[in-house]
Design a protein around this ligand. Sequence first.
Ligand code: AMP
Ligand code: MG
Length: 328
Amino acid sequence: MTVPVVTQMLKPEAAAMAQAARIFSLGGLVAFPTETVYGLGADAGNGEAVARLYEAKGRPAFNPLIAHVSDGAAARKLARFNADAATLAEAFWPGPLTLVLPKADGCPVAELATAGLDTIAVRVPRHAVAQDLLARFGGPIVAPSANRSGHVSPTTAAHVLADLGGRIDLIIDGGATAVGVESTIVACICEPALLRPGGVPRAAIERVLGRALTEATPGIAVEDAPLAPGMLASHYAPRTRVRLDARSVAPGEALLAFGPQGVAGSEKALKTLNLSARGDLIEAAANLFSHLRALDAAGVTCIAVMPLPHEGLGEAINDRLRRAAAPR
Ligand code: AMP
Ligand code: MG
């Protein structure tokens, strides 16, 4: 359950912008205008802040988020740019173009924000309020549309308040957004591919690249499953077998625990990591992908996962665990 908070709504004056940057540093949530739609922002480097963001949106699944940065140099700390990516960034940033790229070594963005993938979506927004916030905060901010899951994307601060009032800390009211549709998403992993049409027209991108964009797998909504050709995985999946609802540990297994209690044979687990020893779903969400990766690398026969509650963020955590356990 989200703890109700008082949501402030302020104009983008200096004091309000300083407060917004402070809220980000403390792991809180601030909605702000970009040139596309209002975004719900959180410190991209803070896994628990990202977990709170998913909880506020009420999303039943974790899908990867776009990291917003102030310029191309900041983007290069998060992602590796090939020649096409550099060309597109030069032509369209700042602006409504998102690039999906391989993560850079030492990328500071939380695993939860990229849903455990080895790729990351980055964008440099043009809106003055977004730019000012990024400059003041000094780090990447993840910002999906500032609406409850399943609702339409908000183009005014009043829309955001109606949807997320009582669930987020602050709304910066910078007036109606100009573009009103989401950013165009292009993956530059191998051949540049259009993952989602949006604010920058396909033709403009193809003109700059000097060739056609390839298609993401047709018929598959990127919003639900970021599936695309080549290296683009649909979701993070460990190589090791995953066993859900484990009430005991068998020889050769690792244990992904949750809560203060163990299960039968806990002490026999070859390696144990606890998503949250105090049974906190925010902490569990923040640890989910990094713990799965660590256990996957431990050379065990199977990862046994203790049961987790289904309410609140538990729904999204269980959704990811189910996918990780699906036979391949
Ligand atoms: P939004 O922030 O609400 O505009 O949505 C973010 C979009 O970016 C979703 O459609 C995601 O699936 C997509 N996205 C973010 N990261 C990746 C990634 N690493 N690979 C593919 N798609 C991504
Ligand atoms: Mg959205």
